[in-house]
Design a protein around this ligand. Sequence first.
Ligand SMILES: Nc1ncnc2c1ncn2[C@@H]1O[C@H](COP(=O)(O)OP(=O)(O)OP(=O)(O)O)[C@@H](O)[C@H]1O
Ligand SMILES: [Mg+2]
Length: 373
Amino acid sequence: MTAMLPPGSTIGILGGGQLGRMSALAAAALGYRCHIYAPEDNSPGMQVAAARTVAPYTDAAALARFAAAVDVVTFEFENVPAATLDALAPLVPCRPGVAALRIGQDRIAEKRFFEQAGIPVGPWRAVHSLEDLQAGIAELGLPAVLKTTRMGYDGRGQAVLRRPEEAAEAFERLAPHPLILEAFIPFAKEVSAIAARGVDGTVVTFDAVENRHAHHILDLTFAPALVAESVAHQARAHVAALATALELVGVLALEMFLLPDGTLLANEMAPRPHNSGHWTMDACRHGQFELHMRAVAGLPLPEPGRHADSVMKNLVGPESFAAWPRLAAAPDVALHLYGKAEARPGRKLGHATRLLPCGTLANTSEPDLLAPL
Ligand SMILES: Nc1ncnc2c1ncn2[C@@H]1O[C@H](COP(=O)(O)OP(=O)(O)OP(=O)(O)O)[C@@H](O)[C@H]1O
Ligand SMILES: [Mg+2]
């Protein structure tokens, strides 16, 4: 039996964004305090946390003080330098550990890890040089997607190559190298699934969901995904297998492509709560942020207990955010706003989840589902 952190303990969170904010709110409901460490002051997470450190991720003295002030550390931002967790790990338990962070930061390591864990992926090649890229295009064909291996998010650091002449320019533009070339996957749907794994190795999973993107940013999540039962089961099995292979403690999301023949190919993972899991806050008895905080604190992990169908809409940029008064008035819509100081275009400023009785998603037209959102 692993020690459960007693109420009143402090959970340290690296990163001050909305994922840290919603984690801190879930932790507070369980009686914990959160201490947010981030380079930017007044971040969404800090606004709801009991304590804050505003310092660079590379500040050794600030990290040591942070470690001394908290009982356990997690991260909500996957581009926290691995060296930051390396510095903290000897001082305080880090959940998940640096191995999951490192793999999730590098698309090549991630692809290899999927393959080792027996999770199918699409064809890919590491690209260290223009010659590698040309050879890769010859092997994988076009169209193909060239991506940075590090620091990409919301579709940044990617180029879809449609003609051989586009290769050189994209290779020069995308940095840092190496890059990764992926065959373009003609998916029928994009699906993701989330697992939570506890200190004792227990794994629970949420229902698989369908994701739609707009301008390379997640726009909508339909939960549950309307896919064959075998596909939904496979998606959950894949993410559970990965969480176990990583020996992860916390929450893990896996984004997948569903092919027309029912095959699932892993695209990328995130060893943290995920935007495609925001619906769980309102449509499950135990949402992803609660399960993440439970795992980090060594608490038991209950089954999520989904009690509603749902559609989650991201509020991205000022125009989308402007709908908040209407969303606040809509029945059966849960509104979450992140307290971001600046409503810049392309920024995730909040989300709204429409809740429906279980089973209605499959029997309702999409325009009707989306009407209140
Ligand atoms: N190989 C591919 N074939 C077809 N579409 C792709 C491929 N890779 C990426 N895409 C499309 O681009 C989107 C973003 O890609 P990916 O998830 O790899 O990048 P990201 O920048 O990390 O995005 P995010 O942070 O939003 O998850 C995918 O969800 C998918 O719609
Ligand atoms: Mg993605």
